[in-house]
Design a binder for this molecule. Structure first.
Ligand SMILES: NC(=O)c1ccc[n+]([C@@H]2O[C@H](COP(=O)([O-])OP(=O)(O)OC[C@H]3O[C@@H](n4cnc5c(N)ncnc54)[C@H](O)[C@@H]3O)[C@@H](O)[C@H]2O)c1
Ligand SMILES: O=P(O)(O)OC[C@H](O)CO
Length: 336
């Protein structure tokens, strides 16, 4: 039995708190929002973000960060990426040398272009930081539906220790040394999911969706490999796996925001309607920064940026993608 602090009480933090409790661990969940702490304590569920998923009394709920971190073996960092740095900064005061941090958010910091583990390590230089990612909607994990994820860590020992903590008959966990690939796959699939949702909102079909998923992973992989990540990761759960679920699932916030944009909503109107974090909106700009830095072409992600931030019509963006210069599908494949 381990002592776990879950830092962030949105849908993912709440679902993971329940998973860890069901795995026999002692769990405390923290939120910066007083009203959220009160709701979780009194209703034993997150009524707006994960309704119907009940949190047993044994899960402690607190608004006090020191209490959430004190004596814990593992801290699961589950705040949306725009708050990763500020939260890691607040954690500095209470973090102990032996505590592991598992980041479960998916994003890239816009102004530094850092992965979230880089952000956490900059704020907490002594921390042993790992990541958990994969095709895993909170709504389904909360219901105990079979789900698979990957833990990436700096050492095999940390990865296997965390694999054992998270693993359950309904939550299968693999390990990987490719933290960079895991983090890029998790962050960038959200941008492609915005495009896939937009195509749905425009009334396009399954052919369009399959094209966006397949050419989307080609883009993500091209950038990731240039940055030093491994091709295999983009073929796995945290690459194509997470991209498929996010582009297809009724639970996806990114796909829903895209759908609304395809229906004519502005980016802000779509984000307001979704009410939960739409990470792809933040990662879209960061991806363009990385594309420029690493000299990689990202046609779909570039069009998503133009629709989100430059007022381009979604239909025109799809049209431009279709009318790009003629290409070989895999430029590295010889003709024989
Ligand atoms: N929801 C999912 O199914 C899911 C699955 C895998 C990964 N993720 C990732 O997990 C992260 C969190 O997503 P979510 O769906 O739980 O988000 P959410 O929108 O449901 O919850 C956000 C939560 O963050 C906390 N928060 C809000 N403002 C804060 C601040 N200023 N400082 C610190 N904490 C603050 C609050 O507890 C709030 O409820 C995202 O990066 C997301 O991509 C989500
Ligand atoms: O609902 P989304 O679009 O934020 O995606 C959630 C998870 O990242 C899916 O694995």
């Amino acid at each position: 039995m381990a002592k776990i602090g879950v830092i962030g009480a949105g849908s993912w933090g709440t679902a993971l708190a329940l998973l860890m409790h069901n795995n026999g661990h002692q769990v405390t969940i923290w939120s910066i929002i007083g009203a959220e702490v009160e709701m979780l304590r009194t209703k034993r569920q997150h009524e707006t973000k994960l309704p119907g998923v009940l949190l047993p009394e044994a899960i402690e709920i607190t608004g006090n960060l020191e209490e959430a971190m004190s004596g814990k073996d593992v801290l699961i960092l589950a705040v949306p990426s725009p708050f990763t740095r500020s939260t890691a900064c607040m954690m500095k005061e209470f973090l102990k040398a032996n505590q592991k941090i598992v980041n479960v958010a998916k994003g890239i910091e816009e102004n530094t272009l850092y992965t979230l583990s880089d952000v956490i390590e900059e704020e907490l230089p002594c921390a042993d930081v790992a990541v958990l990612s994969g095709p895993s909607h909170a709504e389904e994990v909360g219901k105990g539906l079979p789900t698979t994820c990957v833990v990436g860590a700096h050492t095999k020992e940390t990865a296997e220790y965390l694999q054992n903590l998270f693993m359950s008959p309904v939550f299968r966990v693999y390990t990987s040394p490719d933290m960079l690939g895991i983090e890029l796959g998790g962050a960038l699939k959200n941008v492609i999911a915005l495009a896939a949702g937009t195509a749905d909102g425009l009334g396009y079909g399954d052919n369009t969706k399959a094209a966006l998923i397949t050419r989307g992973i080609a883009e993500i992989g091209r950038l990731g490999i240039q940055m030093g990540a491994k091709l295999e990761t983009f073929c796995g759960l945290t690459g194509i796996g997470d991209l498929i679920v996010t582009c297809a699932s009724v639970h996806s916030r990114n796909r829903k925001a895209g759908w609304l944009i395809g229906q004519g909503y502005t980016m802000q109107e779509a984000m307001d309607e979704v009410k939960m974090v739409v990470e792809g909106v933040y990662s879209a700009k960061a991806a363009m920064g990385l594309a420029q830095k690493y000299q990689v072409e990202l046609p779909i992600i570039s069009q998503v940026n133009q629709v989100l931030f430059e007022g381009k019509s979604a239909a025109e963006a799809v049209n431009e993608l279709m009318l790009r210069d003629k290409k070989i599908e895999h430029s590295e494949l010889p003709w024989g």
